[in-house]
Design a protein around this ligand. Structure first.
Ligand code: FDA
Length: 506
């Protein structure tokens, strides 16, 4: 007998007027582990010592979500909401306090309306499913969102969302029309009934502080019938330093149809330690055009037509996900949810506002080699991003040249390796202080990183929240706190990096 389970289940079944045992899992339920693990995307939080929720609830309708909120509130557990489970630090499914997980993976409806150029996408859908459903109806529409197809709509869109269409169309949240949310009182609200403040907050300020996002209405964007992709590598010995140095001034300024991601990775080549710099690109146009453009703007890359492949936009999404042979692969592969792997990983982020000098790039490469494992993904901004006001959405980092993602993955389950690699990323982050944005140093909310501060929601909750909150949201933090205080004054929706309420006046 589990009193929490019994009491929750009774309330949930009463409110939904149906027996709900198949949608509520306690730790003794035989499916508990498989339901929990199905959406854990970081093996660091999939161990026997990882804290487990007291209950997992898997709603099958919007009204189930509303009932779950109302029934969980009096029980005083931390209430974690999970859509795709891609939170880099596992905040949607771990907690060091007793907690529930509300898992939205059953709410995955997608309705695409090509005539209207819009779609309603449910929080539990994945980005790959969104891209596939658009492609089913039109070969000349897309949506600017993340590159990894298994990322969930709920976390991704509530936290900003970007991908390789960013320079032309901005973030995912720059292309929202409407949203549906369940608030702390169990009400199902749309943009009109929630009001512009709350709609603004869940357009990049993170859903987890404000309610349970049920879904968004998005604006589709036009993509040409033919796009071009390519990948070109250089090493230190073959000109990587000059290429990366020059890329800094080209990536954010070039034609906004071109997205030139730069990957940096310490590697061993011909028995020598070096850094590999790989440009991975999407061009919304034909190969000839991008080759002649980059011959002028970035000759250091030495791009040739034979490096390029032309394809449809949907195929390019498959290609970017490293599905080789993208022209013959089954397009339905993005509907596959049965992932059989989850790696151990750590991510951090930074923004660069002024170019790093050439000798700075050299010293960075030296540092990367010395540390050995941590890589970078550099994502250029500019274009549409620079035209959007810093307070248009909670994500303020609009005028940056590029964003850095620190990235390290490993396969071995070993506390020593984990300690070493987490430490390597912190050391590299420390080293980068001289080159990156300051006062405050900025970070991207969707690249969750608990190293930059956590909140215990005790008496210093506001001060604790301000530390990571200013890094993620800059001055927009103040508006987020006001909205949070108005819509959830009791701080029911909270996690280690949620928006705090305003401190009560003494
Ligand atoms: P998850 O379910 O873990 O939720 C993340 C956070 O949002 C949690 O705090 C959770 O409580 C909250 N939340 C989730 N659903 C909610 C809902 N319905 N209502 C309220 N709160 C909710 N980012 C990017 O911008 N571009 C990219 O290309 C990528 N690529 C990428 C690849 C891989 C492999 C990973 C693991 C991650 C990324 N990301 C990314 C980061 C990604 O955007 C970020 O982790 C999202 O928050 C993930 O959303 P999920 O719904 O999958 O996560």
């Amino acid at each position: 007998p589990n009193p929490v389970y019994n009491s929750f289940l009774k309330c949930f079944s009463d409110k939904t007027k149906t027996p709900q045992a198949q949608n509520v899992f306690s730790q003794t339920n035989s499916s508990f582990s498989s339901v929990l693990r199905a959406y854990i995307r970081n093996a660091r939080f999939n161990t026997s010592s990882t804290p487990k929720p007291t209950l997992i609830i898997t709603p099958r309708s919007d009204s189930h979500v509303s009932a779950a909120v109302l029934c969980a509130k009096p029980l005083n557990f931390v209430f974690k909401v999970r859509s795709g489970g891609h939170d880099y630090d596992g905040l949607s499914y771990i907690s060091d306090k007793p907690f529930f997980v509300l898992d939205l993976s059953n709410l995955r409806n997608i309705t695409v309306d090509i005539a209207d150029q819009t779609a309603w996408i449910s929080a539990g859908a994945t980005l790959g499913e969104v891209y596939y459903r658009i492609w089913e109806k039109s070969k000349v529409h897309g949506f600017p969102a993340g590159i990894c197809p298994t990322v969930g709509v709920g976390g991704h869109l509530s936290g900003g969302g970007y991908g390789n269409l960013l320079r032309k169309f901005g973030l995912s949240v720059d292309n929202l029309i409407d949203a549906k949310i369940v608030d702390v009182n169990g009400r199902i609200l749309d943009r009109k009934s929630m009001g512009e403040d709350l709609f603004w907050a869940i357009s990049g300020g993170g859903g987890g502080s404000f309610g349970v996002v049920l879904g968004y209405k998005i604006k589709l964007v036009p993509v040409p019938k033919t796009v071009t992709v390519f990948r070109v590598e250089k090493f230190i010995e073959t000109g990587a330093v000059d290429m990366v140095h020059k890329w800094q001034s080209v990536g954010y300024r070039t034609d906004r149809n071109l997205f030139l991601r730069m990957l940096l990775q310490p590697v061993t080549r011909n028995r020598v330690q070096t850094v590999r710099a790989t440009v991975v690109a999407l061009f919304l146009g034909r190969a000839d055009k991008v080759v002649s453009l980059l011959r002028k703007e970035l000759p250091e890359l030495a791009l040739k037509k034979e490096n390029c492949t032309e394809m449809t936009w949907y195929q390019s999404a498959l290609w970017w996900d490293n599905r080789l042979n993208a022209t013959v692969i089954d397009p339905k592969v993005f509907l596959d949810r049965n992932l059989d792997s989850s790696r151990f990983l750590k991510r951090k982020s930074d923004y660069v506002a002024t170019e790093i000098p050439r000798d700075g790039i050299e010293s960075l490469f030296k540092k990367m080699i010395e540390l050995g494992r941590v890589g970078f993904a550099l994502n250029p901004y500019g274009g549409k991003m620079a035209e959007i006001a810093e307070d248009a959405t909670p994500m303020p980092h609009r005028k940056m040249l590029y964003k850095i993602q620190y990235s390290v993955n490993w396969q071995e389950s070993s506390p020593e390796i984990e300690r070493d690699l987490l430490n390597q990323s912190r050391v590299l982050h420390g080293f980068m202080t001289q080159f990156v944005s300051k006062n405050p140093r900025s970070a991207y909310f969707n690249y969750r990183d608990v190293d930059i501060g956590v909140n215990d929601h005790g008496p210093n909750s506001y001060e604790q929240g301000e530390v990571y909150g200013r890094m993620y949201f800059g001055r927009n933090f103040d508006r987020l706190v006001k909205i949070k205080t108005a819509v959830d004054p009791g701080n029911f929706f909270r996690n280690e990096q949620s928006i705090p309420t305003l401190p009560r006046k003494a």
